[in-house]
Design a protein around this ligand. Structure first.
Ligand SMILES: CC(C)(COP(=O)(O)OP(=O)(O)OC[C@H]1O[C@@H](n2cnc3c(N)ncnc32)[C@H](O)[C@@H]1OP(=O)(O)O)[C@@H](O)C(=O)NCCC(=O)NCCS
Length: 188
C-alpha cells in the first residue's frame, strides 16, 4: 500500500552517509574537486527544487518541483541524492504503486558533467535496497528505446526487459521499453 511507504527510509547497509570514494575514482580530472567525496543520502522536501532544476537539465519533458512536492506530500515517493559539498550531482526517485508490493523508479539522472563516474549505479543500488527494505517485491521502470546509457545501467543492475509501450514518449515521440527487477535477487 502507498501509505506504508515512509517518507524517509533509513539507509541500507553500506550507505551510511559515508563518503563514496568509488564515485570519484573514474573519469575524475586532477584538481581541487577530484578529492571531494560524493555523499549518498535520502533527500527531504528541502531538496525538491534542486531535483527539479537537475531534472530540467536532463529531460525534454521534466517534472516540476510542484509535481515532486505533491508526490512527496502523499508519502509515496522515496528520493535519494548524490551530493558533493551541498551540490546535488544526481538523484533517483522511486514510488510505490497503489495496492501492491510493486515499486516504480520514475526518474534517475546525473548532472551531465558528473556522468561516467559510477554515480547512477550507486544511486540505483541504494534505491533497490531501500525498496526491498520498504517491503517491495519488484521494481518497474520505463525507458526510451534510444537511451543506451540508461538501458545499460538498468541491465547491469539486474533489470530484465518485459515489454514495449508504443509511442509512449513525446518530444520526440518514441517507444518505451519496460523493465523489471525482482528485489529478492538484490542482496546487500
Ligand atoms: C543514465 C544516467 C543516469 C547514467 O548516469 P551515470 O552516473 O553516468 O552512470 P554510471 O557512471 O553510474 O554508469 C553505471 C553503468 O551504466 C552504464 N552506462 C552509463 N553511461 C553509459 C554510456 N554513456 N554508455 C553505455 N553505458 C553506460 C554502464 O553499464 C555503467 O557501468 P560501467 O561503467 O561499470 O560499465 C545518465 O546518463 C543520465 O543522467 N542521463 C540523462 C537522464 C536519463 O536519461 N535518465 C534515465 C531516464 S529512464
Amino acid at each position: 500500500m502507498a501509505d506504508k511507504l515512509p517518507p524517509r527510509t533509513p539507509l541500507p547497509q553500506g550507505f551510511s552517509q559515508t563518503p563514496d570514494h568509488d564515485g570519484t575514482r573514474r573519469n575524475q580530472p586532477c584538481g581541487a574537486g577530484a578529492k571531494t567525496p560524493v555523499m549518498y543520502q535520502p533527500l527531504g522536501p528541502e531538496w525538491l527544487d534542486a531535483v527539479a532544476a537537475l531534472e530540467k537539465l536532463c529531460f525534454s519533458t521534466p517534472w516540476s518541483g510542484e509535481q515532486y512536492r505533491a508526490l512527496h506530500e502523499r508519502g509515496v515517493c522515496l528520493l535519494f541524492g548524490a551530493l558533493r559539498e551541498k551540490n546535488l550531482l544526481g538523484y533517483v526517485a522511486l514510488s510505490r504503486l497503489d495496492g501492491d508490493d510493486t515499486m516504480e523508479i520514475f526518474n534517475i539522472a546525473v548532472s551531465p558533467i558528473e556522468r561516467g563516474k559510477g554515480i547512477a549505479g550507486r544511486l540505483l543500488r541504494l534505491c533497490l535496497l531501500a525498496a526491498r527494505k520498504a517491503g517491495g517485491a519488484r521494481v518497474l521502470l520505463e525507458v526510451r528505446e534510444s537511451n543506451v546509457p540508461a538501458i545499460a545501467l538498468y541491465r547491469r543492475a539486474g533489470f530484465t526487459l518485459q515489454g514495449r509501450r508504443k509511442r509512449y514518449y513525446t518530444r520526440p515521440v518514441e517507444d518505451a521499453l519496460l523493465y523489471r527487477c525482482d528485489l529478492k535477487r538484490v542482496s546487500e
